[in-house]
Design a protein around this ligand. Sequence first.
Ligand code: ITT
Ligand code: NA
Length: 183
Amino acid sequence: MKLTFITGNQHKVKEAKGIFDKFGIKLEHADLGYPEIQGDLVDVARYGAKDAAGRFGQPVIVEDAGIFIKSLKWFPGPYSSYVQETLGNKGILKLMSDVEDRYAEFRSVIGYCTPKAEPKTFLGTVKGRIGYKERGKHGFAYDPLFYPEGYDKSFGELTTQEKNDFSHRRQSLEQFAHWYKEL
Ligand code: ITT
Ligand code: NA
């Protein structure tokens, strides 16, 4: 059975393919777009998966992800795309220049849906902290800001393979993969 990841983000596709290799799941990619409703990551992934599966006519996954910063009252969260495009990493660092509590987490919600069934969602989280400057050239978007718990390297300093060992995306996709293989 074919499974297609509907996303406009090539970095996500690369990471997801690396993760699914371990589970023997072959992944296709289509940049079909889908409406992103107002709401939390689960709402966005659920609605997006249902919409995309209906239009694509085949089983799909979509992902809504974001970075949640405790001292900013969990901002940007669901607004992570908008904030990345407007404030960017430098803007986040500026907001946090005097902030001591650097705790943050990345969250990923995978939404799976077929044209006929109701959507299912799978959450993955990784804990860490926001650095004081951008570090590293790997990864994308917020990666150079984020130091996973127990590491002195940012996600931007890890290879895709290293990030894939324990990232938020690894955890959401792994949960999905276990469930999917039971189908
Ligand atoms: P879609 O087409 O899949 O929606 P997107 O890039 O818009 O792609 P999201 O809305 O899920 O993805 O992501 C919200 C923001 O968080 C966006 O700016 C992403 O680049 C960023 N982001 C998501 N996952 C990330 C990760 O693993 N590392 C760094 N930044 C990430
Ligand atoms: Na998005």
